[in-house]
Ligand binder design. Structure first.
Ligand code: SF4
Length: 275
């Protein structure tokens, strides 16, 4: 198996995987979404809420506020499978004490741990009118996406099979197919009597045919079957995007670790005769 990274930054990573199988790639995708630990607010104690927003809605907004959850932040915190996870004292405390008039933003959440804080400062949480008060204590805990969406580290975690475009040289060239491409992947070159695949795409790290959406508009536009669009069954284009709580590379590495541990357990179980 070969992996080639096309682009990578703090919240998005695109890479090509060659010579792999669909079940394996899909397992990585699923584990990255639901089995990678992330920190989110779990318990909320509302002492005062004079705002027009219901307590439940406010608690929900706090739960979905992305918190820094990189490897450094996760160090030493209890996981859901640990016996002491339920204990109130085993999380990171957040405090919100505000008086209106003002818009309360995520940056107003004061954390008991300087490493763990909201990823973005400017997420509006609630609006307070003149004299309205807010006094809230909340506890953030580590969890998994399989329990609640607030613990899913990825906002996009998807793959597509590597597109393959072929031309039938036995029929007359059909320039209409190039015109039909909504992504500008095909370019007619009437001088050389060829249709070429554009190598570089604006605002995209993908090259050539990788940008193809496999929509087959080009195939439908060609009456004589000049163009065909398929895919390579064992090559994939994988995209991971996060809400900024964890770098996508960490999500991917952790997903691989978790998948490896699951495979080890299964092997041990088989070796021990299923006991
Ligand atoms: S399948 Fe769609 S995106 Fe791909 S080359 Fe044809 S028209 Fe363009």
């Amino acid at each position: 198996m070969e992996i080639e990274v096309r682009s990578q930054n703090d919240d998005e990573m695109i890479f090509i995987v060659r010579d792999a199988e669909v079940p394996f790639i899909n397992a990585i995708r699923r584990v990255a979404m639901v089995n990678v630990p992330k920190i989110a607010i779990e318990d909320v104690n509302i002492i005062v809420n004079d705002s027009a927003m219901f307590n439940e809605v406010l608690a929900h907004r706090l739960g979905l506020t992305p918190l820094v959850s990189d490897l450094d932040a996760l160090e030493g915190l209890s996981l859901p499978e640990d016996d002491d996870w339920e204990e109130f004292s085993n999380g990171i405390m957040f405090y919100l004490k505000e008086v209106g008039p003002k818009v309360v933003y995520s940056k107003d959440l004061k954390s008991s741990d300087s490493r763990i804080k909201p990823v973005y400062d400017t997420i509006p949480l609630v609006k307070l009118k003149e004299g309205e008060k807010l006094d809230i204590e909340a506890v953030a805990k580590v969890g998994y996406g399989k329990e609640h969406a607030k613990w899913i580290p990825t906002t996009v975690c998807a793959y597509k099979q590597y597109p393959e475009i072929t031309f039938n040289e036995d029929v007359e060239i059909d320039y209409d197919c190039a015109q039909a491409c909504p992504r500008g992947i095909l370019k007619s070159d009437k001088r050389s009597k060829k249709i070429k695949i554009v190598e570089e795409h604006e605002n995209s790290p993908l090259i050539g045919v990788e940008e193809c959406a496999m929509c087959k508009s080009c195939v439908r536009a060609s009456d004589n079957g000049y163009i065909n669009v398929g895919f390579r069954p064992n090559d994939f284009i994988f995209r991971i995007e996060t809400d900024g709580a964890m770098p996508p590379k960490e999500v991917l590495l952790k997903a691989c670790d978790v998948l490896g541990e699951k495979a080890d357990k299964f092997i041990r179980f088989s070796e021990e005769g299923g006991n």
